[in-house]
Design a protein around this ligand. Structure first.
Ligand code: NAD
Ligand code: ZN
Length: 346
């Protein structure tokens, strides 16, 4: 079969590799029907995630069809159409028992396209298939469901829920990439009074408006001044960090009101300064998190009921074999306007 293989920093190639097979009785082999690329894959290709070894097949998001299951798998069968979650879950460890699957101690967590071969391939081996895949109802298209493999649960859990977004709130989202836009989408489930999006790229701010931001703040504008004006001098109830660089974390800490929440979603490669000398007196709550995907069943029900539109994230569509072109489009969003790309089996 063909797969997108990471051959060390800066090196990716769509090439022939052996087809995966069952290794554990809890595994399933899934035929990939639709797959996408994540900003994290670009981080890996830059060499920012040293735990990924050369030769690894990338990808942690897919919708596919079960081909084969191990003897211990009881809830999915060959032929079933499933969402393959970016987080695998043993289902038994201390963390899995409280639905904190991202922290799984039993061999799960973020492993696909990281510690084991991933989904940017014609077939993928999915460990703990019972607790790491989700049956898809007929009403949900594969490409709509694909957005629930990572970006929607991440923004909803680590941004909106950790940030404690409540009715009437002023929510600031710093970074309007797919993650920030998904935070803007899911924050609206709680009826905030205003959503303010901050980004340096005008194309991303335009997208933020389309996804429901009321106000946008771009390069060259003083974000603290604008947020101050819009909140009677108080600051935001919730500031969601969706970039992953020190300046944006520090900006969130500056924009939040006393008693408010800073929810960090971005993956950071460098230390950021925590200004405790300003924050200690302001009752600010700061949260961090890796997605658990515990909200995926809820989001799937909303998708099936037409309460959530995820296809609007998809700006580019390719055949699976056009992996290189898809990476090109996805990695140059300023030229292509790419948000999420979908590669599908014809
Ligand atoms: P992205 O690169 O597509 O979007 C980031 C956006 O931030 C871009 O639109 C960019 O223009 C903007 N930006 C860059 N520097 C800025 C600055 N100084 N001020 C304002 N805006 C700035 O990334 P994405 O796919 O949307 O992901 C966002 C972050 O979330 C990444 O760090 C990603 O790794 C992380 N992530 C975290 C989790 C988790 O579980 N915590 C899961 C998935 C992704
Ligand atoms: Zn576990």
């Amino acid at each position: 079969m063909k797969a997108l293989v990471y051959d060390g920093p800066g090196q990716r190639v769509w090439r022939d590799v052996p087809q995966p097979s069952l290794r554990e009785p809890t595994d399933a082999v899934v035929r990939v029907d639709a797959v996408t690329i994540c900003g994290t894959d670009l981080h890996i290709l830059k060499g920012d995630v040293p735990t990924v070894q050369s030769g690894r097949i990338l990808g942690h998001e897919a919708v596919g069809t079960i081909v084969e299951v191990g003897a211990a798998v009881t809830t999915v069968r060959p032929g079933d159409r499933v969402l393959v979650s970016c987080i695998s879950a043993c289902g038994r460890c201390r963390y899995c028992r409280v639905a904190a699957y991202g922290q799984c101690l039993g061999g799960g967590g973020w492993i696909l396209g990281h510690l084991i071969d991933g989904t940017q391939a014609e077939y993928v081996r999915v460990p703990f298939a019972d607790t790491s895949t989700h049956h898809l109802p007929d009403a949900v298209s594969s490409e709509a469901a694909l957005m629930l493999a990572d970006i929607l649960p991440t923004s909803y859990e680590v941004g909106v829920r950790n940030g404690n977004v409540a009715p009437g709130d002023t929510v600031v989202v710093v970074g309007a990439g797919p993650i920030g836009l998904a935070a803007i989408s899911t924050a609206q489930l709680y009826s905030p009074s205003q959503i303010i999006a901050i980004d340096l790229a005008q194309s991303r701010l335009d997208a933020a408006k389309q996804f429901g931001a009321d106000v946008t703040i771009g390069a060259g504008q003083d974000a603290a001044e604008v947020v101050g004006e819009l909140t009677g001098g108080l600051g935001a109830d919730v500031a969601i960090e969706a970039v992953g660089v020190p300046e944006t974390f520090e900006l969130c800490a500056k924009l939040v009101r006393a008693g408010g929440h800073v929810a960090n979603v971005g993956v950071h490669g460098k230390p950021a300064t925590l200004h405790l000398e300003d924050l200690w007196i302001r009752n600010v709550t700061i949260t961090t998190g890796l997605v658990d995907t515990s909200s995926t069943p809820t989001l799937l029900r909303m998708l099936a009921a037409g309460r959530l539109d995820t296809t609007r994230f998809i700006t580019h569509r390719f055949a699976l074999a056009e992996m290189e072109a898809a990476y090109q489009a996805f990695s140059h969003p300023n030229d292509t306007g790419a948000l999420k790309v979908v590669l599908a089996r014809p």
